[in-house]
Design a protein around this ligand. Structure first.
Ligand code: SAM
Length: 303
């Protein structure tokens, strides 16, 4: 299995390289934009969890002509530079990073906040969903400081048991809330995107990073109480589920045959400091292609 087989299995992976995007995720933002016209009248944007940077590339391209454009992108990982994008490195759940982002938008003038945050998925569904929801929550809290009234918020969400509650709370801050599933996001993936439009916080709302939103500080629910709450229709909220992207276009769930003589391209911008860097170096050094071969040759991580 090499790059070519991934090209075949994943049409958006191949198209991303052909079109110069750093990651296939670019198509998700582009398809959400097709449906919601995200960039209309937008000049100031925050891109959270942005590495390797394909969403920032989309933003940079869309705002290219605008004189007063400002794009601030943040990730735990370092990011190779992108034209007209301020790249910050930090953890969006930390106060230090939040303060740094907020300092770029004095007076709260961001028109759009996007977040494609995902943890390193463990496969333990509840855990992955919980960690991802913490990124969504951090992104939302940062938005309450930087977003102008009328602004738009787009964030990845792993759909799960508590999604209804999250939608409900978003509805207190935005006039319209949708759940979008771009065609480039595999149907089998629990990932979708909250698109919250027209920011209008409740009267008297004061943003706080020390006591952030949706955090239940005083009251711990019992499992029984939580079950009862979930059963009560008043506590459930259904938001419109919208598929984005041309329905006659490429599907991320189909394997396409490669055209005759197709030459596989290298990724546009490989991660600068990937977690698997050491393994890649070892593979090169030992001249092997697979991890099992490396293990047969007796490599240890600390070799
Ligand atoms: N939108 C990106 C693009 O188009 O290139 C892809 C984002 S990738 C799916 C998820 C990113 O979330 C990773 O780069 C990861 O480092 C970042 N991330 C995860 N937890 C984070 C945290 N606590 N703070 C900042 N970034 C985080």
């Amino acid at each position: 299995m090499g790059i070519r087989s991934k090209d075949k299995r994943d049409i958006y992976y191949r198209l991303a390289k052909e079109q110069g995007w750093r990651a296939r995720s670019a198509f998700k933002l582009l398809q959400i934009d097709e449906r919601f016209d995200l960039f209309k009248d937008v000049t100031k944007v925050v891109d959270l969890c942005a590495a390797p940077g394909s969403w920032s590339q989309v933003l940079s391209k869309k705002l290219k002509e605008k004189e007063d454009a400002k794009i601030v992108s943040v990730d735990l990982q370092p990011m190779a530079p992108i034209d007209n994008v301020i790249c910050l490195q930090g953890d969006i759940t930390s106060q230090k990073t939040s303060d740094e982002i907020i300092s770029h938008f004095d007076g709260g003038n961001a028109d759009l906040v996007v977040c494609d945050g995902a943890p390193d998925v463990t496969g333990l569904h509840d855990l992955d969903e919980y960690i991802q929801s913490q990124l969504l929550l951090a992104a939302f809290n940062i938005s309450t400081f930087v977003m102008r009234p009328g602004g738009t918020f787009v964030s990845k969400i792993f759909r799960g048991r508590d999604s209804d509650l999250i939608f409900h709370q978003f509805q207190m801050f935005f006039k319209k809330v949708y759940l979008a599933k771009p065609r480039s996001s595999r149907a089998s993936s629990i990932e979708a995107f909250v698109v919250a439009i027209d920011y209008c916080p409740p009267e008297g709302f004061v943003p706080s990073l020390r006591n952030p939103l949706m955090k239940d500080v005083d009251y711990e629910e019992t499992a029984y109480e939580r079950d009862q709450r979930r059963k009560d229709p008043a506590n459930r909220h259904f938001v419109p589920f919208v598929v984005c992207g041309d329905l006659d276009g490429w599907s991320s769930d189909v394997s396409y045959n490669l055209p005759e003589g197709y030459v596989s391209l290298k990724p546009v911008q490989p991660p600068t400091e990937p977690a698997y860097k050491e393994v890649l170096e070892m593979k090169k050094e030992k001249n092997t292609d697979t991890l099992s071969e490396m293990m047969e040759k007796g490599c240890r991580m600390e070799d």
